[in-house]
Design a protein around this ligand. Structure first.
Ligand code: CTP
Ligand code: MG
Length: 237
């Protein structure tokens, strides 16, 4: 079997605030995207990384990848992304060579995922699970609310039992055909999902969870950058 990683990196990073596209913002002086590519390439199972660049930034991303050291055994492709994360992942899937059987989808915004987490996902897919997500138990209790008018207090409608909830991360791993089928059916039925495993669930395939890692958190808001810099500094110490 051959495993490839698709890295959606075409988002603007609106929640992070003004500046360069999020994937190109630096951590420890190195663009987040480069950290994310290295995190995938560090796994011996991953022989190809497909980077999905901002639609108008594929050239810039190619230059960045040329400037930074990456393992020789890993092939890299760059393709332009779309308006939504889903469209960007689709563009990455469409660029995969025929011989790829297993696919990881990994957010550029999770630059610090440890290689052991990547390998655990790959192993579970190779062992026969068609869809695998790394996940962690939640620290906070979660409430479901009835969204009201802006400014009005929202009534709580349910409190799901916390011990049964998991916060999911990436890389999410899939049997290629399963993931492509899910993207095809979402493209027909409209209505997206916020992650790839969610789309696979909608096709009736069982998704399984493996242990995630604290350091696989997503850089979403400015405070996440502070944490990411601290994690990197601790690694380098
Ligand atoms: N992504 C993408 N194409 C899009 C939107 C998002 O490739 N049209 C990617 C992002 O680059 C990121 C990953 O999907 O690596 C996860 O998305 P998120 O954390 O939401 O990043 P952004 O969409 O860039 O951030 P925001 O939602 O705050 O604008
Ligand atoms: Mg987004």
């Amino acid at each position: 079997r051959r495993t490839a990683a698709v890295i959606p990196a075409a988002g603007r990073g609106v929640r992070l605030g003004p500046g360069a596209p999020k994937a190109l913002r630096t951590l420890g002086g190195t663009p987040m995207l480069i950290h994310a590519v290295r995190a995938m390439a560090r796994s011996r199972a991953v022989s190809l990384v497909v980077v999905v660049a901002p639609a108008d930034g594929a050239g810039e991303v190619k230059n960045l990848l040329d400037e930074h050291a990456l393992p020789d055994r890993t092939d890299i492709l760059v393709v332009p992304g779309g308006e939504t994360r889903q469209e960007s992942v689709r563009a990455g899937l469409d660029a995969l060579p025929e011989d790829v059987t297993d696919v990881l989808v990994h957010d550029a915004a999770r630059p610090l995922v440890p290689v052991d987490t990547v390998d655990a996902v790959v192993e579970a897919v190779r062992a026969g699970a068609p869809a695998v997500v790394p996940a962690l138990p939640l620290a906070d209790t979660v409430k479901e609310v009835e969204p009201g008018r802006p400014g009005e207090p929202e009534p709580v409608v349910a409190t799901p039992e916390r011990s049964r909830l998991r916060a999911v991360q990436t890389p999410q791993g899939f049997d290629r055909a399963t993931l492509v089928r899910a993207h095809d059916s979402v493209a027909v039925n409209g209505e997206g999902a916020t992650d790839d495993a969610g789309m696979v669930e909608k096709t009736g395939v069982t998704v399984v969870v493996v242990p995630g890692h604290e350091e696989a958190f997503k850089v979403t808001r400015p405070l996440d950058l502070v944490l990411a810099e601290a994690v990197l500094a601790r690694r380098r110490a």
